[in-house]
Ligand binder design. Sequence first.
Ligand SMILES: Nc1ncnc2c1ncn2[C@@H]1O[C@H](COP(=O)(O)OP(=O)(O)OP(=O)(O)O)[C@@H](O)[C@H]1O
Ligand SMILES: [Mg+2]
Length: 406
Amino acid sequence: MALIMAMLSESAASTDQAYRGVDCAGRVGPLQTDRWGYEDAAMTDDKRGTRRPSDSSNPSKASDVSESSSPVHVRFDAFELDEINARLMRDGQPLPVAPTPFALLCALARQSGSLITKGELLDAVWGHRYVSDSVLKTAISELRTALSDDARHPRYIETVSRRGYRFIGSARATPHAQSVAAEDTTIGRGLIGRADALSHLQNAWTLATAGKRTILWVAGDPGVGKTTLVDHFIAHLRDVSIGRGQCVEQYGDGEPYLPILDALGELCRADPTVCELLRAVAPLWLLQLPWLTTAEERETLRRELAGARPDRMPRELGEFFDRYTEQRPLVLVTEDLHWSDHATIQLMDYIARRRGRSRLMWLATFRLAEVVAHDHPLKAVRNELRLHRLSDEVVLDPFSVEEVAA
Ligand SMILES: Nc1ncnc2c1ncn2[C@@H]1O[C@H](COP(=O)(O)OP(=O)(O)OP(=O)(O)O)[C@@H](O)[C@H]1O
Ligand SMILES: [Mg+2]
């Protein structure tokens, strides 16, 4: 927390009070939008008020574009577009493209050859928020520059007058390195037992994907198979984003939110829209991940966040989870919570108690004996949440003789 306070006090000293969001007292300032038209989340707490209507002219396709989740990996001419690794390359060299135009290109290439209306693109890339067509125009123009494409004689992105855009490059699909690797992991092979635990996780996942925010502890002795179970479970999920973070034994207070920051970093690398959404609704979190922003962006963030207190980080992240999972379910894995910092435990408590719909499943492993025996902060939070049925739990027993013999 000290680190966060230090970063913020630097900004609090700034005389530029450009940031006028919801302050710590809950006062709401005028709306602002960033370069890509995201409303700053701190400037409106009412997400219903920021929903932009989907394009009604083509309702069936609108859901296709925004909900289609298979990552794009295609080649066209000298270009290679690799969505999972967030890379656009030309002749094998990475091209600098900002996350929003990149996401736009992925949305277009995902339906190569088809008209995608402006409304569909705004929904797919800007996530159902009120933004004007001009942000789309700007992003298209950036993309054309990156692709050296000409609007009047397009080779890749064609404008369909007053309606939208079409990707017209001759895209060839490329097998994705990560999916190939996933088939080859050891996770899928030789899992002993755990049928009940897996079916418990599966049932919880069904509820989570239907919108029931789920906090699920996987507890047991050291080496009993907590990580193996979680790995096996998530390796078989499809159409989901996954962020993982590891707690490590810390001496002293340790870095607040370490496993969450790791997981967010992983999510940002896999999905460029995560970074944009953090910028919009969870800027204090983005500030903790400096390698995802330029020095200039960080300076702007610091100015905007002058006076913002780290206490609001749980609320920011809750909003991030709710909004992100409107488009895609999310599994957050936090390993070895018995070593967690206090802030992460408090965050879990807050997230579990949040109301409303969210397609989030938070899986957290911990060594049961360490939490029960020592007066770990997780002990009280776990008891409270279980009492109010706000969390679920799988406790793993050591293997039976039959299971090992099988
Ligand atoms: N169901 C299983 N089938 C086969 N091997 C297993 C199973 N569960 C665990 N193992 C093996 O046991 C070892 C320890 O498992 P794992 O790392 O998952 O335990 P853990 O409970 O996460 O331990 P820790 O408390 O140290 O985090 C690993 O080598 C793993 O491959
Ligand atoms: Mg483990």
